[in-house]
Design a binder for this molecule. Structure first.
Ligand SMILES: *[C@@H]1O[C@H](CO)[C@@H](O)[C@H](O)[C@H]1NC(C)=O
Length: 261
């Protein structure tokens, strides 16, 4: 080996080493805020729990991917007993609200709105194969997975769905899934037990440019114009719940896998 070649190989090796050390350091930079001098008195788990909590509170918005250091944490949470208990608690609040406040008019105008993904059907099996939100969403891959119509029901969702239906409320499903997924979506819903909804609103071509929040608020507006009273809206994304007109009550389910604006 010529001397020049040897020197450039050594330089490349050194640069590699510096890069590895620097990226290790930057992985932990969030825990070393304050110039790295102040040791934060909490763990990575504390940090990730706080990240997740602030996603739920809609303080942290528009994240494209789950931060790399929290991927394990989010994956564990979304497949944990705690997640199931949290969802059950939210559904319990729906039940309590209905038994306290629901006054059926008996005119067929009482309505309830559900989102579909991660409210009735779980996308967790898809995200499990994609680093639990730790990699940028590939919409083609997600829609391909949805077309297979094999999403499981969100835990306890079917019980609540049936209870609401049996109270005589008309159920409307408002989803950001595109119309091209209608057949697969119906197949999937029926396969896991969801039947007897009054309306299934999906995004058509004319809605392609609209954000989720705008699209969903428009759909609710149309329901109200037709004379429906929306008693409640359940969703895992704030874009399902915010925007006017709303329901009399909104219920947020946990989801820190992705953010849909
Ligand atoms: C997205 O997913 C599709 C279908 O699985 C695949 O063909 C394509 O290469 C993926 N694109 C990227 C950028 O990974």
């Amino acid at each position: 080996m010529e001397r020049n070649q040897w020197v450039s190989s050594l330089t490349a090796l050194l640069l590699c080493l510096i890069f590895v050390v620097a990226s290790e350091a930057s992985d932990w930079s969030i825990l070393n805020q304050g110039g790295g001098k102040r040791k934060l008195g909490y763990s990575l788990k504390n940090y990730c729990e706080s990240w997740r909590m602030n996603v739920e509170m809609n303080n942290i918005r528009d994240f494209e991917i789950v931060p790399g250091e929290c991927v394990d944490y989010v994956g564990k949470y979304m497949t944990s007993t705690q997640y199931k208990v949290d969802v059950e608690r939210a559904f319990e609040a729906c039940r309590l609200y209905l038994s306290d406040a629901f006054e059926p008019r008996g005119d067929g105008g009482d309505a309830w709105v559900f989102d579909i993904d991660d409210t009735l059907l779980s996308t967790a099996p898809f995200y499990k194969k994609h680093q639990f939100g730790g990699e940028k969403l590939n919409r083609t891959a997600l829609e391909g997975w949805m077309k297979e119509a094999k999403a499981p029901a969100v835990v306890h969702a079917l019980d609540l769905y049936n209870e609401i239906k049996n109270r005589g409320l008309k159920i409307f499903l408002i989803s950001c899934r595109g119309e091209s997924l209608r057949e697969a979506t119906i197949e999937n819903l029926v396969k896991v037990g969801f039947t007897g909804w009054k309306g299934l609103e999906m995004r058509g071509l004319e809605d392609a440019e609209k954000g989720a929040q705008e699209f969903k608020a428009e759909q609710r507006k149309m329901l109200i114009k037709k004379g429906y009273r929306i008693w409640g809206v359940v969703g895992d994304q704030w874009s399902t719940l915010l925007g006017l007109p709303s329901g009399k009550r909104i219920f947020k389910l946990p989801n820190s896998l992705y953010y849909m604006a």
